[in-house]
Design a protein around this ligand. Sequence first.
Ligand code: SAH
Length: 394
Amino acid sequence: MIDIILKKGKEKAAVLRHPWIFSGAIEKVNGAPANGEVVKVCSAAKEFLAYGYYHSTSRIALRLLEWNEDRTVDKNWYQEKLKTAIASRERILNADTNTCRLVFSEADFLPGLIVDKYADFLSLQILSAGMEAIKADIIDILITALNPKGIFDKSDASARKHENMEGEQGLLWGENPPEFIEVLESGIIYHINIADGQKSGFYCDQRDNRQILSAYSKGKNVLDCFSYSGGFTLNCLQQGAANVISVDSSALALETLAHNLKLNGFKETLQTSIQSDVNKQLRILKEEGKKFDVIVLDPPKYAPSKSALDRAARAYKDLNRLGMLLLESRGILATFSCSGAVDMETFKQIIAWAALDAGKEVQILKQFNQPEDHPVRLSFPEGEYLKGLLLRVL
Ligand code: SAH
């Protein structure tokens, strides 16, 4: 039985295996599927396209799951997808790293499900009504597959409001995580608090980039802007940086950074934290005549959507211009954007614009992307969000 018929000519995205169908593409809904129910989606010519989650009021009315008509989306199906996702992270997890993203939503064929591993604990984000409906099965499968100490819900309200769901936070299974979970990434210890709503987890998407950048920091003076709990700072200290200044506006982030510094036994005299707005602080450092060999600029998402692009571009440009002016001759700048709306080509243009304004010649040494636990499906380019450039500023 067909549940959803698309308008004529609107089957293209599904045929190309894009997982989203917008509400405007629907011609007819047969029956009254519940929000989050798995439905059978067909073209105007009544040809099977895919199975997917339906939602009556979300702009993304269908989140496609399975393109093979003979498959049934049941607990076995979820188990297979989850096991495949988990197995593909095995390469990342080793004696030096026990934290990573195990499931990355559409990229792992599980739209609206994010699972992060923090040592023996799991943190879940359920962002679609479809996933919410089978939450108990997901938890059950995760327990069998991973035998975690506890599973914690960190489902953010803002991401859930599109599907009319409230934010959820709390223990789902097992024991409550301690106030601070100790995790290891690339041999460095970090404290993570997943339970306290004020504090957030950890940006494991920068794991590889922290390593790449820190290889340039031996004996150097480093400025780590938007440091959070010290991902770049600690990797640079581990690689023998002479000095690191970490700037973040959050007192809590810098408090955690201080903990992390101690946990790893790094010399406190080599690191200074400044709680400030980065844009303000860069101007102050410039007025003081300070210069650095290596600068990291890892700001929060400036462009939450395409419509915010112009404003975001100006903000990225200004930030990078200031960064370039604070570098010693031939200094290294690692600059990032985690805005999905800013693609790599646009980002390069913004950086070129910043270089021109700063009066600097700039060489690209490397391009940064998101790591393999945040894969990008070719049929779902929207999953690509993190990009960056490793630059030598002449
Ligand atoms: N580089 C970090 C992740 C950065 S996340 C890591 O490797 O883990 C972005 C950080 O920017 C957050 O910690 C947030 O507190 C901080 N932030 C946001 N706006 C800021 C501003 N205007 N000035 C300084 N810090 C800011």
